[in-house]
Design a protein around this ligand. Structure first.
Ligand SMILES: [Zn+2]
Length: 494
């Protein structure tokens, strides 16, 4: 193993978001490309919003995508525990170090007072009143407040003593040199008390303790990075390398949000996207292999990945491209595997409760034959039920659909009768080839459409479906004849 160590640190406050999954994927590809270690850390310090069910969803989503952490809450590892709520003692030690060194201080400006002295709601707070107190002076006020109001009642926060008038520079592997004016950061809060760390402190302590070498995350974290750089330096540790990934945008180029479509990996799974397709798609959100390949296996992605090829401009989440890509992966699946993947979707559509029509096939074989018919057109597995329902229950006919061009009812009935006659010559278990040949021989030089269109609609009830020979070979001759009768009956009503 190389000493490249990367991590993602999601909060279990919702299902695994596609943006988080993209960040996980880039970290994973980078680690695997370099023979390094990919770490999952759960940032569950927001006790009110964190939920074990979301943590579970994150584990399952990553596993489903094939992004397996080398270290994490489930995998364990040398630098655990991997949940922030289990790391309080570490944070306390680091916060105390900063307080003792005079690099952090207690600020006693309550929220109300902050609002008065700093009208701009989010203006950084440089705490001139308290930042220069000695350690003992600050401690004395803190103890008095604790005595008067009780501990952790919001009477103070611990702030980092941000150096004044300094340029904070760091190299971003995607964006090159970035520079920030320390005066714009203010004395940012790092903890509510020594036992209650806030985000910036916890993330830096974890990254130090877990020996993170590269921080790869979304560009919305860029404003946090100078604060993290200051904290690393305050602890006497060289900051890791940073790489900020471009924002994910919707097709209209605004930031990807719910109104654009599904946001969680679970949603995509339930819509019948294949994990390999989503993996491939997410890998190309802001990165490309430097050539025109778009379909790449996991191993090919690992081999080709480099942070240098991550783009700076926003990455558009193109839903049509995802559908296309998913279709490509569906076509590449071995039939028996695809049938197995599709079966839960058939079940969900309520179709498997119906008995199959053709007794010569087992249910498994029947489903495989149906999936084989759809494999070349299917874009996602959730479409399957609607597309193939006529293989499980008799169609309901829209009368006008049966008409080929401007056929009249009499012509139509004659056409169906002719089809019925031809089918009557066939054996129950005739293959598609035999059915096709029988029909083409019967048609000879005649018009195909006027015979085959009404027949196909009589079999499927659908405007679009595979051809009549393919359908008959699966339904069997007996059921096919029944349907022609039913279509004839539908036509002769009123
Ligand atoms: Zn203050």
């Amino acid at each position: 193993m190389s000493n490249i160590r990367v991590r993602i640190a999601p909060s279990p406050t919702g299902n695994l978001h596609v943006g988080t999954a993209r960040a996980a994927l880039f970290n994973y590809l980078f680690a695997k490309h370099h023979g390094g270690t990919f770490i999952l850390r759960i940032e569950d310090t927001d006790l009110e919003r964190s939920d074990k069910k979301y943590e579970q969803n994150i584990f399952e989503g990553l596993q489903w995508l094939g992004i397996d952490p080398d270290e994490g809450p489930e995998q364990g590892g040398l630098y655990g525990p991997y949940r922030q709520t289990e790391r309080t003692a570490k944070y306390e030690e680091y916060i105390q170090r900063l307080l003792d060194a005079g690099k952090a201080f207690y600020c006693f400006h309550g929220e109300g007072e902050m609002r008065e002295t700093q009208p701009a709601a989010y203006a950084p707070h440089r705490c001139d009143e308290y930042r220069n107190l000695t350690h003992d002076e600050g401690q004395a006020i803190k103890e008095a407040k604790d005595k008067e109001y009780g501990k952790n009642t919001g009477q103070y926060v611990i702030r980092f003593k941000t150096p004044i008038g300094e340029k904070i520079m760091f190299t971003d592997m995607v964006r090159e040199e970035l520079s920030f004016d320390s005066n714009l950061l203010g004395d940012f809060a790092i903890a509510k008390d020594t036992t209650i760390p806030l985000y910036h402190l916890a993330v830096v302590v974890d990254d130090i303790e877990m020996k993170i070498s590269h921080v790869i995350r979304g560009e919305d974290h860029i404003p946090n990075t100078p604060k993290h750089v200051l904290l690393f330096r305050a602890f006497g540790v060289e900051p890791p390398h940073f790489a900020h990934l471009p924002l994910i945008l919707g097709p209209d180029r605004s930031k990807l949000s719910k109104r654009h479509g599904a946001m969680s990996v679970t949603d995509y799974r339930e819509q019948g996207y294949l994990p390999e397709a989503l993996f491939n798609f997410l890998a190309l959100l802001g990165w490309n292999p430097g050539d025109d390949r778009e379909i790449l296996t996991k191993d090919e992605l690992i081999a080709a990945f480099s942070l240098e090829k991550v783009q700076k401009s926003g990455a558009i989440f193109d839903f049509q491209k995802l559908d296309w890509m998913n279709g490509e992966y569906i076509r590449r699946k071995p039939l028996s595997e695809l049938a197995e993947l599709a079966t839960p979707f058939l079940e969900k559509s309520g179709l498997l409760q119906f008995s199959i029509f053709n007794f010569q096939f087992s249910k498994k074989e029947y489903i495989e034959r149906i999936i084989a018919l759809e494999q070349s057109r299917l874009k996602k597995l959730s479409e399957i039920g609607e597309r193939v329902e006529y293989f499980f229950k008799p169609p309901v006919y829209a009368k006008e659909l049966l008409h080929w061009k401007n056929m009249g009812d009499a012509e139509l009935l004659a056409s169906l009768e002719r089809a019925e006659k031809i089918i009557g010559e066939l054996e129950q278990d005739s293959s598609r080839e035999v059915i096709e040949k029988t029909f083409l021989d019967a048609i000879g030089e005649g018009d195909k459409g006027s015979l085959l269109w009404p027949l196909r609609v009589a079999l499927s009830g659908k405007k679009a479906s595979p051809g009549p020979f393919e359908i008959m070979a699966i339904l069997g001759i007996e059921e096919s004849l029944k349907r022609i009768k039913a279509a004839q009956a539908a036509l002769t009503v009123d």
